[in-house]
Design a protein around this ligand. Sequence first.
Ligand code: TRP
Length: 433
Amino acid sequence: MNSKNRTRVLTGITTTGTPHLGNYVGAIRPTVQASRDSQTDGFYFLADYHALIKCDEPARIQRSTLEIAASWIASGLDPEKVTFYRQSDIPEIPELTWLLTCVTGKGLLNRAHAYKAAMDKNNAAGHDTDADVTAGLFMYPVLMGADILMFKAHKVPVGRDQIQHIEMARDMASSFNHLYGEHFVLPEAVIEESVALLPGLDGRKMSKSYDNTIPLFAPAAQMRKQIAGIVTDSKAPGEPKTTEGSALFQIYQAFASACETAAMAQAYAEGIGWGDAKQMLFERIDREIAPMRERYQDLIDHPDQMDKILLAGADKARQLATPFMRELRHAVGLRALSSGSAAVATPEIKAALPSFKQYREKDGQFYFKLVDAQGQVLLQSLGFASPKDAGQTIAQLQTAGLHDLSNWSQVLEALSPEKERSALNALGKLINS
Ligand code: TRP
């Protein structure tokens, strides 16, 4: 299917930690599954510029990037099918960040939850409001806006805590579009409601900040040992157990089929010992993870392979980012001094795109023309029998990779070479927009 018609789904993963079972169940597994849908055009990236905001240990950033990338690939993400890259391999991202910075109200950023939380914490502790707050933290939403807007993402799957950032990206896109013409797609957040929040070893949500995680690709022996450490109550073997509030049961459920889950519930009711239940949990998880572990280890042992995959992904991403950035630079006026409209006065006129106009003539036939923002006719069609025919030709012109217009002579009035060049130019702008 033509990538133009697919829904573009984009999400980023900050590279500060080692993936754990909670990440797998909550993000990696559902995302890999969704990425197989032929209707979606997936963009998944390692947000390592974002990682710098939270982490100043170079070795940890590097290691985490490798571990997260290897986890996604080992879990089945197909880098041939999706675009999988490292944010810092795309120099257009920080460049776009600046353009967006210049259309983003400081007041908007003042209201960002993460920044407000940092201020509240400082205020509560009696410190200066901005103590230890870097400009990076403050600018976090703009960098994230650049990630999203660069690739014209329609849908952005994120956790609840990120919804505000997507809304801010929409604000930035609207402001920019308003000032410079329609360049950006307004993205939408997608919150996956059905995905389980996995409890950790202590029963609270599995999270690095609670230090209660089970690493996704720990060696089997280590995983078994950690599973043995999941908190349970002190009921003896033979005593019936309740599934409600049991972290062990919830983790089991996240990996098991409905049928297996029912069997486990039955075993609880019949008083399965905690040691046996933990063994069942380990075996169930390992059944899913073990086949991926080898690929993971192979990538960890050969980071050059991972570099290659990511650089190929960046190449793919830059095939979009580079021309788009060129268009955006042009739009804001960062352009060759010899290029056209240096003297054109109003920004509205500069920014507006050329457009197709359809109409009917006295001869009963249907026509269209392509006019630029100043109303100048760039292309003139011949007559069509129906408006549908005219519309289809317009659609073809808008999607075809055009190099010359000579093979359109059945449907268009002839042009001088010079006029043809400006018409092609205008069409190019439309196609890219
Ligand atoms: N801020 C996101 C998080 O912490 C990571 C991220 C960075 C992201 N850029 C993004 C997510 C763009 C979605 C789209 O989870």
